[in-house]
Structure formats: C-alpha cells, structure tokens
Design a protein. Structure first.
Length: 89
C-alpha cells in the first residue's frame, strides 16, 4: 500500500517538473493584435437622414517565433481581406 502511494507521488512530481520546466515558447507561436472601428455616418450630415453604420474587427498576427510563418500569414490575411493589390513587395 505504501509502495503504491510512493509511486503515485513520484508520478505527480515527475509530471509537474516535466510540464513546467520548458520556458521557451513552442515553435511557431503567434501573437495577435486587433484593429476595431465603429462609426455611424449620416447622409448629408443630418441626424434625421438615413445613416450607415460601419463596424470593423480585424485581427492579424504581429509576432511569431518564425519570421517566415509571420510573413506568409500576414500576406494571406491581406490578400483575403483587402485584395492582392495591397500586398507589399
């Protein structure tokens, strides 16, 4: 019985140390940023006239442990959201 408790404690301690001793971020880790915009514009600047409400939430990658991954993802996001003419050379 005592041997079973020691084995369980050993497994718990081993699991704890193996899971928290890796301070490096995983390969390909990404950090994201968001641009948010919410505006309402009235026709002819008259608040009684019809209006257009614009809401934009654009999330894009800003940092990665791999530069090639970040570049290709940003290019993909820009092409899909804005078109190929907005991709930098």
């Amino acid at each position: 019985m005592k041997r079973q408790y020691l084995f369980t404690a050993f497994l718990a301690v081993t699991g704890f140390f193996s899971s928290c001793c890796n301070p490096q971020s995983p390969k390909g880790a990404l950090a994201f940023s968001t641009v948010q915009l919410a505006q309402t514009k009235h026709l002819l600047e008259d608040t009684l006239a019809p209006a257009c409400e614009l809401k934009i939430n654009y999330t894009y990658p800003v940092d990665s442990s791999e530069k090639e991954l970040l570049d290709s993802l940003n290019k993909l996001f820009i092409i899909n959201c804005f078109g190929e003419e907005y991709v930098g050379k």
